[in-house]
Design a protein around this ligand. Structure first.
Ligand SMILES: Cc1cc2nc3c(=O)[nH]c(=O)nc-3n(C[C@H](O)[C@H](O)[C@H](O)COP(=O)(O)OP(=O)(O)OC[C@H]3O[C@@H](n4cnc5c(N)ncnc54)[C@H](O)[C@@H]3O)c2cc1C
Length: 375
């Protein structure tokens, strides 16, 4: 193998996790090759759809709070470095019944980390945010430090910065297989072979295809997202008036929505999608699926229950406990697995990239990642 095909790190998959890792490793002066089977950013994986929520009072677990705080800093730095708008702060509102997983979890994180927040009765939510119509027995937890990331722009920014700092990026080149030995990893694609000290597998919903003998216990979940045209109180859906919002209602279902940034009000369910595979996923959206979302819009955001503008399909890569998986391969320490994020990983990408880069450089990550180890 020729010397110019030898790298310190090869990254398989340049969605948000892989592109962020390429950017961070290149910034540290590491000789890195990033490979993607398509041309990122694209709409076939998990990182598309115009917007992603970033929020700090993290209901899933307080351990995520320092990570999202670091991610906020890094997103702002990336905005400055690239001169691109990546983040819009709108504040955030978690809405549900007292005692629900969403409300209790958000309050636990907010209190433990002393985050600015307020608890609002349903009447107060309806008064301050007229677009949102919670039931009388619901409350809201409002946090100022939350907002929207623009995923396609974020990935473009990571890739541009990675390349600008010396990373080599190959699009339309899928990793087919790899071998690991004591001296590192050999990576095979349809176009060639590469040697590296480390391989980072950040292939999203395709991750198990690259772990044939050690398939992880992951559920690939199809998610639909929808944009509706507001028909009344249209000003109330603007980003200055309407925060990002996450709801838990009825039997525990989760629903989320964004303000109208000009393309309609985007909304969807968090989880409750059909189990699928990355290549076998059904990409059309049925009228029944739209009606289920519409029934929630009718109830909680009636002003946005106008014509459907568009729908899209996306993939969650879920671990059994719905936390992340960031760890070395069970058998080969030179291989890192770094993308199953259970449908809530985008916001953390630059902070996760620091963790991945630390692991790739055999340093101890500066954050507690015990929750993200293989289990
Ligand atoms: C509908 C939806 C809404 C979400 N909302 C939020 C949110 O509001 N906030 C939040 O923080 N998170 C959210 N998430 C989760 C977040 O978007 C994902 O965790 C994140 O985008 C996953 O990124 P990834 O890089 O792991 O995967 P992907 O972006 O799918 O990247 C994987 C890449 O690997 C490439 N690849 C696959 N196989 C190979 C191979 N063999 N060789 C080379 N390349 C390969 C693919 O082409 C792809 O580009 C949401 C996810 C979805 C689907």
């Amino acid at each position: 193998m020729s010397a110019d095909r030898t790298y310190e790190v090869v990254i398989a998959g340049l969605g948000v996790m892989g592109s962020a890792a390429a950017c961070e490793l290149a910034r540290r002066g590491v000789r890195v090759l990033g490979l993607d089977r398509y041309t990122p950013p694209h709409a076939l994986g998990s990182s598309h759809g115009e917007t992603r929520i970033i929020r700090e009072a993290y209901f899933e677990h307080p351990v995520y709070v320092p990570l999202v705080q670091r991610a906020f800093e890094l997103w702002c730095a990336l905005e400055q470095e690239t001169g691109t708008k990546l983040l819009l702060e709108t504040g955030g509102l978690m809405i549900g019944k007292p005692g629900s997983v969403l409300i209790e979890g958000a309050l636990r994180s907010a209190r433990l980390h002393r985050l600015t927040h307020e608890i609002l009765a349903a009447t107060e939510v309806r008064k301050r945010f007229p677009a949102l119509r919670p039931d009388d027995d619901m409350i809201g937890v409002r946090e100022p430090h939350a907002g929207i990331l623009f995923p396609e722009a974020c990935i473009n920014a990571f890739l541009a910065r990675a390349r600008g700092q010396g990373a080599e990026l190959h699009y339309g080149e899928a990793v087919q297989r790899w071998d690991a030995g004591s001296d590192g990893v050999r990576v095979y694609t349809g176009q060639g072979q590469y040697c590296a000290r480390r391989l980072i597998i950040s292939a999203g919903a395709w991750v198990n295809e690259l772990l044939p003998k050690h398939e992880l216990s992951l559920r690939i979940e199809r998610q639909t997202l929808h944009w509706f045209e507001p028909v009344s109180m249209t000003d109330e859906f603007s980003s200055g008036r309407c925060p990002i919002h996450l709801w838990q209602f009825d039997d525990g279902r989760f629903f989320y929505g964004f303000p109208d940034l000009g393309a309609g009000v985007k909304a969807g369910f968090h989880h409750a999608g059909e189990i699928t595979t990355a290549d076998g996923i059904r990409r059309d959206v049925s009228p029944d699926e739209i009606e289920v979302v519409r029934s929630v819009m009718r109830r909680f955001l009636p002003g946005a229950n106008g014509p459907l503008l568009k729908s899209s399909v996306c993939l969650y890569t879920n671990t059994p406990d719905e936390h992340f998986l960031i760890d070395t391969h069970p058998q080969y320490p030179s291989v890192l697995i770094a993308s199953p994020c259970s449908g809530h990983g985008f916001k953390f990408a630059p902070a996760i990239a620091e963790i991945i880069a630390d692991l790739a450089q055999s340093r101890s990550p500066r954050y507690d990642i015990s929750l993200f180890r293989r289990r």
